[in-house]
Design a binder for this molecule. Structure first.
Ligand SMILES: *Cc1c(COP(=O)(O)O)cnc(C)c1O
Length: 336
């Protein structure tokens, strides 16, 4: 019986078409800048997001770190959401490896950072303080899409205050598909954008940082320093390119499946947060462990957390959603 894995959209297997694209990719040494597949991917994504340049890297963590290190020097500071991936889930890399001080601020429920709160966190030009250089946002943030008007306001704000603006766009394409806009409509507000190919897009490995030529030159240097200079990396970039060509529009299916799942769970009495993209957050409270084990025994994999995150992706079909709803329903009956 096949497993239904809702822990993350990182668990996808490369599709047959993707594997074929990897097998037939033209390769070269990317540290010399000679890998045709890497160059094609970088150029394609830069164009699609409206940037001059792009850099292929192993992970989103590295891509964000390179973005921060390209914008900020030692002793600089970036302002970031308290729950943001670049702050909370990347091992403190900006501070540990980049000598960049994070200034976290509370996030609003929609995933945005209140700009008055950000303004209050900007430090005066005074040698007592780190130099505030950058604001980092995340979109989607826990499955939520930042409104385009907010992005425009954040852009105007950072220009007014002389800050750069970085986007952790690990799931940028989920946001653009959900809004029904071109990804440039989101990316154009930012000085740099990091995109993950290994989340909903379904590639096995890889992220891309996009920005100006000068920013990407700096990032390329730091990529080598961090040990991220890969050689015949085109075998991986080919998977990313395949994903961009064939697996973007289908994100709408993941969103529809997440909607159905959220709907089904709430019909059976579970408290579900409004669903926007491919993530369903459901309150399971004290039942997290029991539910996870109950599901595991039935070939369904969940992350045990009181506020449980269920993630749809290309290896979860509409029929699987029905099974998951039935599972939650049965669990509820059994525990009562
Ligand atoms: C997954 C993720 C990253 C980091 O990607 P890795 O490839 O796992 O290092 C960054 N930001 C967000 C929002 C993510 O979900």
């Amino acid at each position: 019986m096949p497993v239904i894995d809702l822990r993350s959209d990182t668990v996808t297997q490369p599709t047959p078409g993707m594997r074929e694209a990897m097998l037939t990719a033209q390769l070269g040494d990317d540290v010399y800048g000679e890998d045709p597949a890497v160059n094609a991917l970088q150029q394609t994504l830069a164009e699609r997001l409206g940037f001059a340049a792009a850099l292929f890297v192993p992970t989103g963590t590295m891509s964000n770190l390179l973005g921060l290190m390209a914008h900020c020097e030692r002793g600089d500071e970036y302002i970031v959401g308290q729950q943001a991936h670049t702050y909370k889930y990347e091992g403190g890399g900006a501070a540990v490896l980049g000598s960049i001080q994070p200034q976290p601020v509370e996030m609003d429920i929609d995933g945005s950072l209140d700009l008055d709160r950000v303004k209050a966190a900007i430090k005066a030009n005074d040698f007592h303080f780190a130099r505030t250089r950058l604001l980092a946002l995340e979109n989607t943030m826990q499955g939520k899409v930042l409104p385009l008007e907010y992005l425009a306001a954040a852009r105007a704000f950072t220009e007014q205050h002389g800050l750069a603006l970085h986007l952790d766009g690990a799931r940028l394409f989920n946001a653009s598909v959900r809004l029904g806009v071109s990804p440039t409509e989101i990316a154009r507000h930012f000085d740099s954008v990091s995109v993950c190919l290994s989340k909903g897009l379904g590639a096995p490995v890889g992220s891309v940082l996009c920005g100006s030529e000068a920013l990407i030159d700096k990032a390329r240097r730091w990529r080598k320093v961090l040990g991220g200079g890969m050689r015949q990396a085109g075998i991986l970039a080919a998977a990313g390119m395949y994903a961009l060509d064939h697996q973007v529009e289908r994100l709408a299916e993941d969103h529809a499946n997440a909607q159905r799942l959220g709907q089904g769970l709430s019909e059976h009495g579970w408290a579900v947060e409004p669903v926007q993209t491919n993530m369903v957050y459901v309150q399971v409270g004290e039942h997290a462990q029991a539910l996870q084990q109950y599901a595991a025994a039935r070939q369904i994999r969940l992350t045990a957390a009181p506020r449980m995150r269920l993630v749809t992706h290309l290896d979860v079909g509409a029929a699987d959603i029905v099974k998951v709803i039935d599972l939650f329903k049965a669990f509820r009956i059994e525990k009562n």
